[in-house]
Design a protein around this ligand. Sequence first.
Ligand code: TRP
Length: 370
Amino acid sequence: MAFKVTPWEVEGDIDYKKLVREFGVNLIDNNILNKTKKITGQTHFMLDRKIFFAHRDLNFILNEYQKGNKFYLYTGRGPSEHLHLGHLMPMKFTKYLQDKFNVKCYIQLTDDEKFLFKENLSLEDTKKMSYENALDIIALGFNPKNTKIIINTEYAKTLYNQAIKVANKITFSTAKAVFGFKNSTNIGQIFYTSMQAVPAFLESVKQGKNIPCLIPHGIDQDPHFRVARDVLPKLGYLKPASIQGKLMPGLLENGKMSASIPKSAIFTNDSPKEVKEKIQNAYSGGKETLKEHREKGGNPDIDIPFQYLKFFFEPDNKKLKKIEDEYRNGKLLTGELKQITIEKINNFLEKHRKERENAKKKIDKFLLKD
Ligand code: TRP
């Protein structure tokens, strides 16, 4: 089946193997997993389960770390009206890496990007959304001492001074080839990738020496960082390393969670009742009738509620395996699996919303402004 993955469009049933070949990233293998385990004492379930499944230069990052040369983390979000679970997943993984390696982290919220790429949003809208989304991110437990949030237009002076140096090394024909721009594309879009490149070397600028950077991100963002890896050495900086995640599947049969398709996603402000309804209507790998399900079993691989447990809500590998096995052999019914998922999501969201309220008091400590 056809699929499409670009930084601005993700459609269809994604063939990750094919993407790995096309993008030229490396798969996370046992070597890398073992090395990570050696350093941190354990590997995160999102790594074990290959939800974060590919990387560039992760070996370099780990080797340097073992020599005492710490890296810093960089990730980001294009702001949207509300964040959904697919947005929180890589943030939560980033928080885990930060805790385990005890490193600094930059989080970029790209109000400029959203304004340039979405026809119906004003810059005021996207700026406001960035502040709102920052609360959801802070709610995951980040600490302002080692985490800084950048809203692009609020840190424009610092960013622009570096972005022009990046832009100076990217030709229109490269941007066209990588991102598919046309003559009708507005020129802000063409420049934008230089803004996304800046936090990948910002710490080196600040410290006046090269600091390795590791970027956890959804695989759709890789084209930006391919360009950044090409350009940064020309400016005297290291190539940023990266670790690529799969995109959290949407509630509907195909495609990812998408903020612009409300029915495809569970948002952080969905009520317990909405979550229940959404999961009950989610695409299922269960059989049509009870009898058939008991006899033949369900298919967790295509079952969306199961996938949510796997991607996010059941961190315990043993418990997940039990659910998977029982679903496959028909012992666990679709309704029961959905009930487990509904409870897990609602418990998470209840706590999340409290933390989000608390975040309002802390947000100023996180934001970089100039
Ligand atoms: N372009 C990204 C998006 O639309 C936002 C982003 C900026 C980002 N910097 C990043 C994502 C670094 C991952 C890592 O979501």
